[in-house]
Design a protein around this ligand. Structure first.
Ligand SMILES: C[S@@+](CC[C@H](N)C(=O)[O-])C[C@H]1O[C@@H](n2cnc3c(N)ncnc32)[C@H](O)[C@@H]1O
Length: 280
């Protein structure tokens, strides 16, 4: 497929329906990740923390989990639709959202204790984003980038089924919709190529599990940019998710997609700290 048929990020995330599906089906980031990030921040800074900024916040999946740890949380996203949906979601009182670009953050110098970016870093112009991170972070402030790898359906205590489901999902990703992902999303397959250019920098990998059903898992797949692009360009065909559902149910030997399963997410977290005054 010609690369010009793959929308740019601003078009990819522009639709209201897409944003609403995001709110319903994209997982919120687990507290475990946020606690690890806050522990990293607390190695050099003490509470109370004033402001956390979540860049590429979508409909708030990566913003709301920050609420217990900061006086206020601001989510910014280039997509007006994502911001509108985030604002109508159920949010903690200290979380707000505005439209804004990662490469031109609408905040003053040295004003933010912590910056997060959940599954959005690969869409940004990374050099411009780093310049902005360094401008708006307070000395000793931290940035945490969260990226999940391929989320898989998973059942407890049956490795054979998990291996088979992985094969089915990998084939769906790589063969059925593989050509419809932008190259930026393909970078997620090799997160080791992504890094944060601070001297104090580390990478952590964890695996998180979330209760789900086959149906909910398929609805998560519905939010993938590769699937969205496929549907846009193949309007007459049958919904390819029906085939994916049937294949997963066959592996699970399950009569219905209401079957309870887990979503297994491998998460890569990049943590970096802006040098303190005196060390710059
Ligand atoms: C995959 S979604 C992630 C949403 C959410 N953070 C999450 O954890 O699920 C990526 C988001 O990045 C936003 N985005 C892409 N490029 C951007 C940019 N240059 N500046 C700000 N947001 C951007 C998109 O509009 C989209 O909402």
């Amino acid at each position: 497929m010609d690369s010009h048929l793959i929308p740019t990020p601003s078009k990819q995330f522009a639709g209201m329906k897409h944003a609403e599906n995001y709110l319903k089906y994209r997982p919120e980031w687990p507290q475990e990740l946020v606690l690890r990030s806050v522990a990293f921040l607390m190695e050099k800074k003490s509470k109370p923390f004033k402001l956390a900024l979540d860049v590429g916040c979508g409909s708030g999946q990566s913003s709301r989990p920050l609420a217990p740890h900061f006086k206020s949380v601001l989510g910014i996203d280039v997509s007006q639709a994502q911001i509108e949906v985030a604002q109508t979601a159920v949010n903690p009182k200290n979380v707000e959202y505005i439209v804004g670009r990662a490469e031109n953050i609408p905040l003053p110098r040295n004003s933010v204790d912590f910056i997060s970016s959940g599954e959005s870093f690969h869409w940004f112009d990374n050099e411009a984003f780093f310049r902005e991170i360094d401008r708006v972070l307070t000395p000793g402030g931290c940035v945490a980038v969260y990226l999940y790898g391929r989320i898989m359906p998973w059942v407890e205590g049956d490795d054979a089924k998990n291996v088979k489901m992985k094969e089915v999902v990998n084939e769906f990703h790589d063969v059925t919709i593989g050509r419809y992902f932008s190259n930026k999303t393909k970078n997620l397959a090799n997160p080791e190529n992504l890094h944060i250019p601070y001297a104090e920098y580390k990478r952590e990998n964890i695996v998180s599990f979330k209760e789900s059903t086959v149906d909910l898992y398929l609805n998560y797949v519905r939010t993938l940019s590769g699937y969205q692009n496929y549907v846009e360009q193949n309007t007459n065909g049958e919904d390819i998710l029906n085939t994916l559902r049937d294949r997963l149910l066959a592996v699970l030997e399950a009569p219905s997609a209401a079957m309870k399963i887990y979503q297994r997410s491998p998460v890569c977290m990049l943590l970096g700290r802006k040098p303190d005054i005196g060390t710059r």
